[in-house]
Design a protein around this ligand. Structure first.
Ligand code: C2E
Ligand code: CA
Ligand code: CA
Length: 765
């Protein structure tokens, strides 16, 4: 009896502790588990009280509670079975069992009055104390229901776990097997207790133990096998190659990722040897990280390797492992990016940056070797794209790169600096001038045209001082090209000292620009444009002059190209445009509204300013008629991005400006392009017609151009008119306007006004 009480108290304490512990957990099952433990607690406590109270009614009351709680233990185990197995069907079973259990509860409660399930029987213990036991009414249906319910519940619980045992994978079978064994053991022990009529009924304690075991095995029990198996599956599943060794260096685990990372070498034997060797070299083993590369199936693979030792709770060495992370892909990606960043996409040779870097290294490595910097420039390359399309342009560039690649010796570094500029740095003895004539012949095969003449120039700079910037070396090679840039006869030019002086002069000019503009050193000169026939002055072309404080008057031929290269031309042009507008306003205020001024627009301006906005704003600002401002655009400017330029011209003309094509015939415009270009005026230059062709042929061309322009309704201006002969011929040919020294050189505004405002006729030259 005392032992039973101690056992009951212990069990109750374990259950109470269980309830507290479970409630601290965050598990969603903590409610049903607490309820189950609470029911078990009630069972144990009520049973202990029932056998210890001294009145029949109290004994009967505690027995009723004990039986009711016993029922609910089984129902709650059933519920938890359903929860843990997550099966829908078990929900219906659970509801039915709860319903039956509720009826049984009602019968048991009514037993307090009617004693239809059991009644208490008094027995006197040897020590004289009274104890109440129970006598079941085995024939009463209420008792039958009670017993049947218990059997059914136990049976269903058993069945559910047995079924689950077979349904689950082998790894988890042990867990259910343990529950089944627990249920069976409890049924057997409790039956034996009854059969042998033990003095104390320990069913309540058995039920409590059953509740604890079910909860433990269902939710908290994790078998060592499962842990090992899941961990090994986890290792198997990772992308990293993992090899584990026991403390003696035997390979105990090698995942398939490892095998695939190392191809044929991915075997335990191979790696045991590797480890053995590695261990010998290291001496003491400790955690390490490093990177290594291996050739696998003919390809290089790159790995991040991690080695570490494994220790148990007490810190004893139990084994070690290597993990290999394949970073080949990221290495390749990095290499690719590095390659792309240092190579020109189109030609696949070094880009400017990499070329400079490589040359710098080479020059440092071999300072005793005499080298030359050789730069290549395609003549009028921008025209190629417009005339023949980008594809042909690209073909030329790729061909040049191909030729460089084909003939470069291993000591030659070559690259594409930008657009059609290439550079090579080679040993002086490797440079053979004749090669370049051959290259040109090769390139000529790509472009067949009567309009465009394929030509390329090569500039050579002998590297005397290897400490100067590589870009300066290239600039010098290009300065050499500059000296032959208009020639089709020359291919190769060598840099000389005085070219350096030009370079120096250019730098000075660029440096002086801001000051000169602010100080008003740039001036607008006007050259009259005269109507053919009556020699009336119709207007003038605005031409810039630089009144330099030291060098005197400088003509635009020497500074315009410099400012075009430096980008400063746009500010200069803006200044000239504004001067022209101001002048038109002055004349307007004097009542002169039939004189026009033509202004020059540099090809660079199209990239650097919004032409349309600039001109319309100026016209609005000065309140002048746009028809009096003529815009001179060169063919070269039109040739790039033709469609964009055409729509710009259309907008300008719609607004009221007159658009003129300057230097027509000097570039590559064929007569046919005249039909497509929407302009008002065509300016022909006597000068270059004279320069390029002679006599008859020049006149034939002139005649054709003038005739065609007339048919298209264009006004023809001829500039560079110097002789009476030319005036006569042009009058005969149908030219509309003259401009040239024959009438007047470009002159300052004041002089122009004095000469022509009062007398508008220039016939008396
Ligand atoms: P351009 O636009 O073709 O200007 C005509 C050039 O021919 C002027 O040279 C003019 O003085 C010259 N010229 C006129 N009549 C004769 C003649 O009978 N015989 C000869 N031999 N030459 C004659 P300039 O003023 O030296 O200008 C040279 C070039 O500089 C211009 O050629 C133009 O392209 C550029 N330029 C001049 N002023 C400006 C400007 O304000 N802005 C821009 N972007 N370029 C300008
Ligand atoms: Ca002009
Ligand atoms: Ca011109």
């Amino acid at each position: 009896m005392a032992a039973f009480l101690v056992l009951s108290c212990l069990t109750a304490a374990v259950l109470a502790g269980g309830i507290l512990w479970v409630n601290k957990q965050k598990s969603p099952k903590r409610r049903p588990i607490s309820l189950l433990f609470a029911a078990a607690f009630v069972t144990v406590v009520c049973n202990a009280l029932a056998v210890n109270v001294h009145t029949e009614w109290a004994a009967s009351f505690f027995y009723v509670l004990y039986y009711i709680a016993g029922d609910w233990i089984l129902v709650l185990i059933l519920f938890l079975t359903g929860v843990s197995l997550k099966k829908n069907r078990s929900r219906t079973t659970f509801l039915w069992c709860s319903f039956l259990c509720l009826i049984d509860t009602v019968f048991l409660l009514s037993n307090l009055k009617f004693h239809q399930v059991f009644h208490c029987v008094e027995s006197v213990l040897p020590n004289g104390r009274v104890r109440y036991g129970v006598q079941f009414e085995i024939t009463h249906y209420a008792f039958v229901l009670h017993i049947l319910l218990r059997c059914v519940l136990l049976f269903i619980i058993l069945l559910t776990y047995i079924r689950q045992m077979f349904a689950t994978i082998a790894l988890y079978r042990g867990r259910y097997l343990r529950i089944v064994w627990s249920v069976l053991a409890i049924i057997v022990i409790s039956s034996l207790g009854r059969i042998f009529a033990l003095p104390m009924d320990i069913t309540s304690i058995l039920y409590a133990v059953l509740a604890i075991l079910c909860v433990y095995f269902s939710y908290f029990y994790i078998s060592r096998g499962i842990v090992a198996k899941v961990l090994s599956l986890l290792i198997e599943d990772t992308q990293q190659g993992i090899v584990c060794f026991d403390k003696d260096g035997r390979c105990i685990q090698l995942n398939s990722a490892y095998a695939s990372l190392f191809g044929e070498r991915g075997t335990k034997e191979y790696f045991e040897q590797y480890f053995e060797e590695w261990r010998r070299q290291r001496g003491e083993l400790r955690e390490e990280f490093w990177r290594e590369a291996h050739e696998v199936d003919g390809e290089m693979h790159y790995y991040d390797v991690h080695f570490n030792i494994l220790q148990d709770d007490k810190g004893s060495f139990v084994g070690s492992f290597f993990s290999f992370t394949d970073r080949t892909e990221s290495v390749m990606e990095y290499e690719q990016k590095r390659y792309e960043a240092s190579h020109d996409e189109l030609t696949d040779i070094y880009n400017r940056k990499r070329f400079f870097q490589e040359v710098e290294v080479k020059l440092k490595e071999e300072p005793e070797v005499q080298r030359v910097m050789v730069c290549i420039d395609v003549k009028d390359f921008s025209v190629v794209n417009s005339l023949f399309g980008e594809k042909t342009g690209n073909q030329i560039l790729q061909r040049i790169a191909g030729l460089m690649r084909r003939d470069a010796s291993e000591n030659t570094i070559y690259g594409r600096l930008e657009s059609d500029h290439f550079a090579m740095c080679m040993r002086e003895e490797d440079f053979v001038e004749a090669d370049y004539a051959e290259y040109l012949e090769d390139l000529k095969r790509i472009v067949h045209s009567s309009v465009y003449r394929m030509h390329a120039h090569v500039g050579v700079y002998r590297i005397i001082d290897s400490s100067i910037n590589i870009s300066v070396m290239c600039d010098r090679a290009f300065a050499a090209i500059e000296s032959i840039k208009d020639s089709y006869q020359h291919i190769v030019a060598y840099y000389t000292e005085d070219m350096g002086k030009t370079e120096q002069r250019e730098k000075v000019m660029i440096g002086e620009f801001d000051r000169a503009l602010a100080a008003g050193e740039f001036q607008m000169f006007l050259q009259p444009q005269i109507s053919v026939g009556d020699y009336r002055v119709l207007g003038a072309e605005a031409l810039v002059r630089w009144e330099h404080p030291v060098r005197g008057m400088i003509s635009p031929g020497s500074f315009i190209p410099v400012f075009e290269r430096s980008g400063q031309i746009t500010r200069l042009d803006n200044f000239m445009w504004e001067m022209a507008c101001k002048q038109l306003r002055v004349w307007k205020d004097q009542g002169i509204e039939d004189l026009h001024i033509s202004v020059n627009i540099s090809p660079r301006d199209f990239y650097l300013v919004d032409i349309y906005n600039t001109f319309t704003s100026l016209v609005e600002l000065y309140g002048i008629d746009p028809g009096n401002l003529k815009l001179e655009i060169t063919e070269t400017a039109l040739m790039e991005e033709i469609s964009k330029q055409f729509s710009l011209l259309e907008k300008l003309r719609k607004y009221g400006f007159q658009v003129e094509i300057d230097d027509f015939g000097s570039g590559y415009s064929s007569l046919n392009t005249l039909q497509d270009i929407e302009v008002d005026v065509l300016k022909l230059d006597m000068g270059f017609l004279r320069k390029t062709t002679h006599g008859k042929r020049s006149k034939t061309i002139m005649n054709a151009v003038i005739e065609m322009s007339k048919n298209l309704g264009l006004t023809v201006v001829t500039e560079g008119v110097e002789t009476q002969e030319q005036v006569d011929y042009l009058t005969w040919a149908g030219c509309d306007i003259f401009q040239g020294y024959y009438f007047s050189k470009p002159i300052p505004v004041k002089q122009f006004e004095a000469k022509y405002l009062t007398n508008r006729y220039a016939g008396s030259v």
